[in-house]
Design a binder for this molecule. Structure first.
Ligand code: ZN
Length: 138
């Protein structure tokens, strides 16, 4: 485990109609944040998220073309190939309160997004291929 100090904290709205993962990545990149954590609440007009098949070693993606609340979206920022990479998971609820969720993927469209991004200062956290899991891990 590395130890970090809190750097800048960004709190703001993400644009309606934007792609949730791309918009978080844009904010992070524009602000030069290489390590950090994030949380988002709000709503989406459609969603796409993945489930990692541990046997098959690939993501299976699910698309939900309906309006959903972002109950929780949390994640982290670290470096992959020298670029900030956002890794986030999302839990979404429908009008009955039923939830779905998984690994946030491109294709999730923001209806309203309130983001909290916390920069962390310290040792760089770098992702690389991890043979036992098939994932890019720290
Ligand atoms: Zn994930």
């Amino acid at each position: 485990m590395n130890t970090y100090l809190t750097g800048r904290i960004l709190l703001g709205r993400l644009p309606k109609g934007g792609d949730l993962l791309k918009e978080i990545t844009r904010v992070v990149t524009e602000n030069g944040i290489e390590t950090g954590t994030l949380m988002v609440i709000g709503a989406v007009s459609r969603a796409r998220f993945g489930f990692y098949d541990q046997e098959g070693r690939e993501y299976h993606f699910k698309e939900v073309d309906r309006h959903l609340e972002i109950v929780s979206c949390s994640g982290n920022i670290s470096l992959l190939d020298n670029q900030p990479m956002v890794h986030a998971h999302i839990v979404l609820a429908d009008e009955d309160g039923n939830t779905v969720g998984g690994h946030l993927a491109e294709g999730t469209v923001i209806f309203a997004g309130e983001a909290y991004i916390r920069e962390l200062k310290g040792e760089k956290l770098v992702r690389s291929y991890d043979k036992p899991t098939g994932l890019s891990l720290w």
